[in-house]
Design a protein around this ligand. Structure first.
Ligand code: TPP
Length: 309
């Protein structure tokens, strides 16, 4: 796992180097645990504030903490996320949000210094980073971790994720774009999309997966598979009650292009780190498309769909 499993690479290292690697590894695991705990407490306290009438509406990311600290390890400057309202832990782990900012948005604080995502205009846990500066000029996006503004319609993030990944492919292929190094590292960015399992029943999801397979773009889709959409169990939302099974017809084979599907357990921190590393680096290097889904009492389904260019 990138930056974390240094233990496995230390066989030839001196005892001092091994000790250093172990300490780094331990620090990283502890830091992830700390972020997961802060995120969980944010969810519990935030929900209390809503139920107690101090905030008008709240939606939180409890249950998805471990998958998201793992995911954030592989999100690099230049990458984009096009996601939805369950991603607070990812935002905390990527260094793009603080608990204070999450609460400022919950209370609709109109001061952008305290609520930088939307200055109180969006529902809570609807994140964004700035793409342009005060004069309307592009920010140096290739050096920033970028969040395209979350929107309320579920699955609406999917076509946008496709467009962002397709833009990276254009940066790889179109020579006239090579000068815009402030926007892209020669197209080696990945777009991370997140979506709930119930929302994968929507047309936007299927159109995006199909188009990504055809266009072969660096897109990784994480499906947070908690088994429900509102209170409806997924057997009423998804064919076969599994988006991975339903998607299997699009899976890559020896003789045909397609997408690769990975399933991982939502509570399996090292397992997810390994799968995410493999899938995301494939998307980054070879312009594949991927999708992952995560569950609650059953395995987080890590469904990366990778498409060879
Ligand atoms: C297009 C659209 N239809 C319906 C809704 C109302 N809605 C909000 S959340 C939600 C359920 C989403 O479930 P899932 O995709 O599994 O995500 P989860 O919240 O469980 O992570 C629905 C139906 C919406 N926001 N947008």
């Amino acid at each position: 796992m990138e930056g974390t499993n240094t233990l496995s690479t230390t066989e030839a290292a001196s005892p001092e180097e091994q000790q250093l690697s172990f300490e780094r590894f331990r620090d990283e695991v502890l830091s992830d645990f700390r972020i997961a705990c802060i995120s969980r407490e944010t969810s519990l306290l935030g929900r209390k504030e809503v139920l107690g009438g101090k905030a008008k509406f709240g939606i939180f990311g409890d249950g998805k903490e471990i998958a998201q600290v793992a995911m954030a390890k592989f999100f690099r400057p230049g990458d984009f996320r096009s996601g939805y309202y369950r991603d607070q832990t990812f935002m905390l782990a990527a260094g793009l949000a603080t608990a204070e900012q999450i609460f400022a948005q919950l209370y609709a604080d109109p001061d952008p210094a305290r609520e930088p995502f939307s200055a109180g205009r969006q529902m809570n846990c609807h994140f964004a980073t700035k793409m342009v500066d005060e004069s309307g000029e592009w920010q140096p996006l290739s050096g920033l971790k970028n969040i395209s503004s979350d929107i309320a319609p579920t699955a609406g993030q999917m076509p946008r994720a496709l467009g962002l990944a397709y833009a990276s492919k254009a940066f790889r292929q179109v020579s006239q774009l090579k000068n815009f190094s402030n926007l892209s590292h020669n197209g080696d960015e990945v777009c991370f999309a997140t979506i709930g399992d119930a929302s994968t029943s929507e047309g936007h999801f299927w159109e995006t997966m199909n188009a990504a397979g055809v266009l072969q773009v660096p897109l990784v889709v994480f499906v947070w598979d908690d088994g429900y959409g509102i209170s409806g169990p997924k057997k009423y939302q998804n064919t076969k009650a599994s988006v991975s099974d339903a998607l299997s017809g699009m899976e890559q084979t020896e003789s045909a292009n397609g997408v690769q599907i990975y399933k991982v357990k939502g509570w399996d921190y090292p397992g997810m780190c390994e799968v995410f590393e493999e899938g995301i680096s494939l998307a980054r290097k070879k312009s594949y498309t991927g999708s992952i889904s995560c569950g609650r009492d059953h395995p987080t389904t890590g469904t990366f769909h990778f498409r060879q260019s």
